[in-house]
Design a protein around this ligand. Sequence first.
Ligand code: DNO
Length: 395
Amino acid sequence: MRHIEQTWRWFGPNDPVSLQDVRQAGATGIVTALHHIPNGQAWELAEILKRKTAVEAAGLAFSVVESIPVHEDIKKRTGRYRHWLENYKISLRNLGAAGIPTVCYNFMPVLDWTRTNLACRIEDGSEALRFDMVEIAAFDIFMLKRKNADRDYTPEVLSNAEKWIEHASETDKQRLIRNIIAGLPGSEETYTVDNFRDTLATYEGITADVLRTHLVEFLRDVAPAAEEAGVRLAIHPDDPPFPIFGLPRVVSTAADVEAVYAAYDSPFNGLCYCTGSFGARADNDNLPAMFRQLGHRANFLHLRQVQLEPDGSFYEANHLEGSHDVYQIMLEIVREQQRREHPIPMRPDHGHRMLDDLRKTGGNPGYTAIGRLRGLAELRGLEMGIVRSLFDNKT
Ligand code: DNO
């Protein structure tokens, strides 16, 4: 029987959660990125090896890069996109040379993952990340003042957004702006309202069809290079998995992922199966089935839960609770793992700020130690229980 690999995201030497902490959490693999290298630049072998040495000195493996960001020019196929593409391939080759087997990336225009509240207190007193559709609408319509933004929301959300803006203090508004566009951990880009508006304008005319074509072109170019370098690509789904602020999103559903797979048919061109991202869309209502369909090319796993609300809002629930059936998802993962030679890397994705972490300041929202420790502990117990009951009892 084969087990998935337990990994942990580490933001590098400045991460308040240390590699020693990670060891105590019980993960064996590290997911990290060279965040200091500007988007588009090639990652030099020496820089990669330096990070690898630091990780290995702590008794851990450098398992996954998350992420090599895709330059906006590549998504739009404008400007110096050919140059950035060549750099992307250089980074992949250097990672291959350093023996790093997996690279996660996303193809979301302008924004990476998006939340409105980074400290939403839930019933047990811990703090979760939340995406509130009413606050998104209030930002979009009244602060960003995007043309025709009101057309993108239901009448109920619109009327609640009006109420929100009426009652919001200046501090509430600034907090909302910061949470949405000042960049969440790992998202690399930060914006002010004005330059966010300007950046959105550069996507005029880029419909979902156009963006998908650009993604396919990106993959036809880059995936063969990844294969040659021995590096498995894992595209991260859109988070949340629907268009936002008028920007198209094309990695939100199973059909979207099939188009990614079709662009270059290889196990090296795969998916980061992220339960929390896919699961934030009401019609992705059967995640185990989605894994059955797509899992043969899942090169990386992000496991967490969301609790959906009727207006499209959601918050991040504890790893084993929420709107989806994590047991069934894990069962599919365990089955897929038995068909693979290599352990599929999995990380507990996000966690609540809880216990002692509530008394600390700073840190990366969603990436505190204790919440993720709880997530990893629960997930590894679930996996072990499934593996043992399926295989061990029969030997
Ligand atoms: C959020 C992360 C994402 C992810 C990127 C992958 O916590 O899952 O920021 O790293 O989208 O490129």
